[in-house]
Design a protein around this ligand. Sequence first.
Ligand code: HEM
Length: 526
Amino acid sequence: MVHVYNDILSIVVVVLIIYISHFYYKYFTRKNPLPGPIPLPLFGNLFLFRHDIGELPGLLQKKYGDIFETYIGSRKFVWLCREDLIQKMTTTSTRSNFHNLTTPDNEGLKEVGLLNTALVYNLNYKTWEFYRRFYARSILKSSFNIKAADCIQEAFREMEDYWEQLGEGTILEFPRWIKRFFTDTTFLMAASKPTYSLASYYNSLFTDKKVHIPANSLKESDTFIRAIDAFVTSLLYFLLLPKYLRELPGLRGYTNNLKKRVEWLKNNVRGIIKERREEIEKTPEDHELAHDLLTMFITINTSRDITEKIADSLHDRPMTDEEICGNFMELLSGGIDTSSNSICYIIYYLSHYPKVKEKFIEEIDRVVGKDISHKITNEDIGKLEYCEAVINECSRIFSILPSVGKRNAKPDEIGGMTFPADTQFFTYFQGIHKHKSLWTDPEEFNPERFMGKNGAENKKHLYTFGIGLRKCPGRNLAMLELKLTLALLYRKYDIELVDMNSPIKYHTAIVRTCDELKVRIKKRNI
Ligand code: HEM
């Protein structure tokens, strides 16, 4: 018996040695070798990802230069950290050679049901163009900005009421509040429906006066937030991690949990769509329908269409429930984490740069006025130039999405090297945003670089909202949300960090997520 075991063990060892030798033979004789950490068989450089994935490429850039490679499992990823290396990706035509990172047969995305469902992982340009057209004629329109500004101010008033109840000077865990705030505003804009997420967070604190929330909503709103988080994580997790790693004993539970939460979100959104369809059917033809994104999705190219002439000969059909569901989920996930985390980092930087903060508040007082009952208009927001420069500078120095993935359809040349079709690239925006060839004193927080005559030129090198064809369709709305929220906060309040010595605490899962930012909020003496 012992002999049999020894024989099996010898075979296993021989197979392993052959496998590892073959792996390294292939690795060291690969075409177009780039510098980068040496991968392990089966795992690649996965263990390096114990570092934050926003920071890791920066560390590797210092060691290996502006173009290097890493491996996840056996998949190779080429990192591009200098602006000239991503130039070919700036083209906005669907005939561009550079597309989203996914492939038409990505098994992970198929498994979680996120392939070709909406915009992000859609490789079918006929439907992708239809949805992009929808964004262009809805969210990017100024008429939608009016609705957005109303929703933001409504949710802000609610948040202030809770702060008032908690008492001035109470320490607030700001990332929790602002995420709830953007969840409520985004949902109000998208579906004119309350999610009670601010209310449920307030009720979860030790407060005397609880807010009345309809039964079930409290639990639903927390599950909802967790489901959106799972959705965002899944976008990267299922795209990149091969099945054999997702199914490892330590990861299987996590994988299943993500799938369960994404499924919960889908079912919930399907329910919301069904409810709204019924409401629309019951509304007489001569009555106005709710002016929100959900109604736009449902009525597009129907007799009740409330969108602005989206139809053309190529896009003249209504959307199916599954299309609406996919787009609605992306809309929610695209807008909440990005905006709420941006606000946290802006508060952090403003607190550490008092002169910038002074100028920033001076502009808000000048443009919006000190009358806090004044409803901030879109015209006011348009005039907040320095505020926009602060947002831009913050996203340069601490990029909220440090990198995005791209893939070439045909062989292409980058940096003097020819890459075969289907090479997987990561454009490392954070590296570009701090590259000495582009920026003077890149480590210095200086919003002035986005003001005046140099400002417009510098903005061309800022990739906050991505690049080329897939550039963020929510960018105008995002800018409006950030400027308005900052104006509402700073026109009325002094925001102090509780610990000025603490570095920013965050982790990156696509978006750099602020884990902790304790603040004290007091009314300003105005
Ligand atoms: C501060 C806020 C935001 C930032 C920093 C941001 C950033 C980005 C970036 C970097 C991309 C990837 C672009 C690329 O692949 O090159 C993207 C795509 C996208 N964003 Fe945003 N975004 C923000 C807000 C929003 C909002 C408010 C929405 C929705 C209303 C939204 C919806 C989307 C969608 C649907 C895509 C996928 C586009 C496609 O693949 O065609 N984002 N965003």
